[in-house]
Design a protein around this ligand. Structure first.
Ligand code: TRP
Ligand code: MN
Length: 450
């Protein structure tokens, strides 16, 4: 299925090594690093080239307004949380959000997990200081441990293999759940079991009742088809650790073209999106659909050079810009970003990340207000509507669990409640209920605009 690269391809795939690479771990032993990466190269691909191509087509459809992309999952996955229960809860949350959008707004939804590989994080400070002791910052389970000890915080390349193995197990479970009956639309009620006591869930329960009746009608009418039982669920993560991404890059034997086989969709973060940097260089040579996060500082030149580099031929669905501007900036800043892309003419799929521009500190906690998240979403849709461009999807940090990390929502999580179940290792995530509230809001906006 995957084969050796020819000389020209080999050179293209190695070009990133001559570019500046930000946010890379410094390993104590280069020999162990090399041996580990070579070992990873022998491991099977996690995805198949044809699947990445299918997602490119879906992203193209999203760019034309024919479908809507829902990308969600943890800020950082952790090895300890790669359990059946946690994975199922996340899939279930994304499916519930998707069904709200599909049913309430009659919009098809592309399900894209920020899952099965989201194990590495760029950090603003490479070192963390606790009471005068300095250690390397936690960079995600693929790099080092969260525990604040010398041993745990020292980057260990063997964690890359562990990240691969957890990704494989997670993706296997995703495939089993989404193809094996769990995602069947006759199960919409069951997905909410254990949550339904909360009055805020009445809306979901009511909708699930309507879907049940629709399903019974379809069955009675002989129109109950396979597509109601399964979903295509794609994987994605930030392409950060170049050693890992390089090891997962393979040549598809059918086309002779390189694919990153570690996930269907890869994105480049706001901190590593320099058009001359190693991350952009590496992903410019693979065929997968690629996302780039754009913050308020993204200049006209940045944007044009990213398109030149990542989508020179203007293939639809290849390049997605994920704007993360902040609720108070989106209306001011997004129009000029859109204008730059429109003048260029090459197609881009637009998504909003309403999380990362809205992070605040409350005491010792990093948090976000659900109201700010919703405001950025509203601003994103409003600006696109005004400019005549297409809002193609949302990128959300969420968990399927009942955590208290984001302020607000119908449970009214206040500042005094943050400490109750604050479990994230990095950024605050919407809990199960806040995710559903967001989905209902989007469905209302979509109903007006699709
Ligand atoms: N296969 C369709 C889809 O993915 C319908 C569907 C089946 C569905 N199970 C689902 C939609 C769960 C949302 C959630 O859209
Ligand atoms: Mn994050």
């Amino acid at each position: 299925m995957f084969e050796e690269a020819d000389e020209k391809t080999r050179q293209a795939l190695a070009a990133w090594r001559d570019r500046p690479a930000k946010h890379q771990p410094v390993y104590p032993d280069a020999d162990v690093e090399r041996a580990t990466v070579n070992y990873l190269r022998t491991m099977p691909p996690l995805i198949f080239a044809g699947e990445a191509d299918s997602l490119t087509k879906e992203m193209a459809r999203a760019g034309r307004g024919e479908t809507f992309v829902l990308q969600g999952g943890d800020c950082a996955e952790s090895f300890a949380d790669a359990t059946a229960d946690r994975i199922r809860a996340k899939i279930r949350t994304i499916l519930q959000m998707a069904v709200v959008l599909t049913y309430s707004a009659s919009v098809p939804v592309v399900k894209l997990g920020r899952m099965a590989g989201q194990y590495a994080k760029p950090r603003s400070n490479p070192l963390e200081d606790r009471d005068g002791t300095e250690l390397p910052s936690y960079m995600g389970d693929a790099v080092n441990g969260h525990e604040f000890t010398v041993q745990s915080r020292t980057p260990d390349p063997r964690r890359l293999v562990e990240a691969y193995q957890h990704s494989a197990a997670t993706l296997n479970l995703i495939r089993a759940f989404t193809q094996g009956g769990f995602a069947d639309l006759t199960k919409v009620h069951e997905w909410n079991k254990g949550f339904s006591a909360n009055p805020a869930y009445h809306r979901y329960t009511a909708m699930a009742g309507e879907i049940d009746r629709a399903m019974e009608f379809m069955r009675a009418a002989g129109a109950y088809t396979e597509s109601l039982k399964t979903v295509d669920f794609y994987s994605s993560h930030e392409a950060l650790i170049l050693d890992y991404e390089d090891a997962m890059t393979r040549i598809d034997s059918r086309t002779g073209l390189p694919y990153n086989t570690g996930a269907h969709f890869l994105w480049i973060g706001e901190r590593t999106r320099n058009a001359d940097g190693a991350h952009v260089e590496m992903l410019s040579h693979v065929q997968n659909p690629i996302g780039v996060k754009l913050g308020p500082s993204a200049s006209r030149e940045d944007i044009l050079r990213l398109i030149d580099k990542l989508n020179p031929e203007g293939r639809e669905g290849r390049l997605t810009f994920i704007t993360r501007l902040g609720a108070n900036k989106v209306v001011d800043v997004l129009p000029s970003i859109i204008e730059t892309v429109r003048e260029d003419g090459r197609p881009v799929t637009w998504m909003s990340d309403p999380m990362h521009g809205n992070t605040i500190s409350v005491g010792a906690f990093k948090t976000r207000r659900l109201d700010d998240v919703l405001d950025e979403v509203r601003g994103f849709f409003a600006v696109h509507r005004q400019m005549g461009t297409i809002p193609g999807g949302l990128h959300i940090e969420l968990t399927g669990d009942d955590v208290t990390e984001v302020l607000g929502g119908s449970e009214a999580i206040g500042e005094d409640k943050l400490g109750e179940r604050y479990e994230t290792l990095v950024d605050p995530r919407l809990n199960h209920q806040q995710s559903l509230e967001l989905a209902f809001l989007i469905s209302e906006i979509l109903r007006e605009s699709f």
